[in-house]
Design a protein around this ligand. Structure first.
Ligand code: MTE
Length: 320
């Protein structure tokens, strides 16, 4: 495991070409194919042998028509700094994460604060499969079938107070289970947040699985957030706390460098990261590998119809 200044991103040190050459890539025979029918095939091929199934029903209203990223890439090319900063570290080291027992405490400005056991949280609402485009701030993207339900279903159960304006998500930070937490790359625990309306947007998914199986540890087991119109770092993994606040929460990345990582972090091809353009992206696992042409990044990652109205009147260059 290597540690370094995260300002030099892993993707710069390990360009995708090198990463991909390191691996014995499967030729995606099914490239171009898409759909739920494929999911079990990919997952059998790629997810852990002892992984558990999650019964989830595809919600066609939330199924991107893009070609799916094979599970092999979804579960081996990860960002999860609690387990190291290389893209391959989470898959190599996250096996030490204990996902049972696990509780999520829901606290702050709510009428009904509660600590829920993960197995109760799993049963709180019907499990849906959503196929979401995911865009990382580093310039790569994937298309992932996630399994979960809208976070709004949980939020309405705890009855937020009128004063609750933001929701904070706090990940586990346990040095015993997470070797990366020993280094101070960012301030632990990993913290992210959303404005209340963003958290209530039906796209925001409380996520327990991918490809119809429980989340692999490297993808944020046993429960994470997925916010597909924002850069990937907003989607906090392995969360233990959801806190409702009046003030905008201080997130780990904005504390690290507020100029580079804003609170909103909506995918926006017109607003460059201070050190690179955000106008295009490379799909991980494309059959052409490192030679795959870059594709244009879409405003709000293509979810403008569902989310743009939340930002009307806001200067998105200022509120990046
Ligand atoms: N959550 C925690 N707790 N720690 C992390 O390092 N990395 C973020 C996000 N959530 C991260 C995290 C980043 S930068 C990205 S791009 C996504 O997780 C990656 O999710 P994936 O590995 O499942 O694709």
């Amino acid at each position: 495991m290597r540690y370094f200044d995260p300002k030099i991103l892993a993707s710069e040190i390990t360009p995708q070409a090198v990463f991909e050459n390191r691996r014995d890539l499967i030729k995606v025979a099914a490239a171009g194919a898409f759909g739920l029918a494929l999911a079990p095939w990919f997952s059998r091929e790629a997810l852990a042998a002892n992984s558990d199934k999650l019964a989830a029903t595809l919600n066609p209203a939330y199924a991107a028509k893009d070609e799916l990223t094979p599970a092999k890439y979804v579960t081996s090319y990860n960002n999860f700094y609690e387990f190291g900063t290389d893209k391959s570290d989470p898959a190599a080291y996250a096996n030490t994460l204990q996902t049972r027992p696990w509780t999520v405490s829901i606290e702050g400005l709510v009428k009904k604060p509660v600590t829920l056991d993960i197995d109760d949280l799993l049963k709180l609402a019907p499990m849906e499969e959503r196929i979401y485009r995911m865009r990382c701030v580093e310039g790569w993207s994937m298309v992932i079938p996630w399994d979960g339900y809208s976070l709004s279903k949980l939020i309405s159960k705890v009855e937020p107070l009128g004063s609750a304006k933001f929701v904070e998500f706090i990940s586990l930070a346990d040095r015993k289970q997470m070797p990366g937490v020993k280094s101070n790359i960012i301030e632990w625990p990993y913290r992210e947040g959303l404005r209340m309306d963003e958290a209530m947007n039906p796209l925001t998914l409380l996520t327990f699985g991918l490809y119809g199986e429980v989340l692999p540890k490297q993808n944020g087991a046993p429960v994470r957030i997925v916010v597909p119109w924002k850069y990937g770092f907003k989607s906090a993994k392995s969360i233990v706390k959801i806190r409702f606040t009046e003030e905008m929460p201080k997130t780990s990345w904005s504390q690290f460098d507020a100029r580079e990582y804003g609170f909103y972090s909506n995918v926006n091809p017109q607003v460059d990261h201070p050190r690179w353009s955000q106008a295009s992206e490379r799909r991980i696992g494309d059959a052409k590998g490192a030679f795959a042409p870059k594709i244009k990044t879409q405003m709000f990652n293509g979810y403008g119809d569902q989310v743009a109205s939340m930002y009307s009147g806001m200067d998105l260059k200022k509120f990046y």
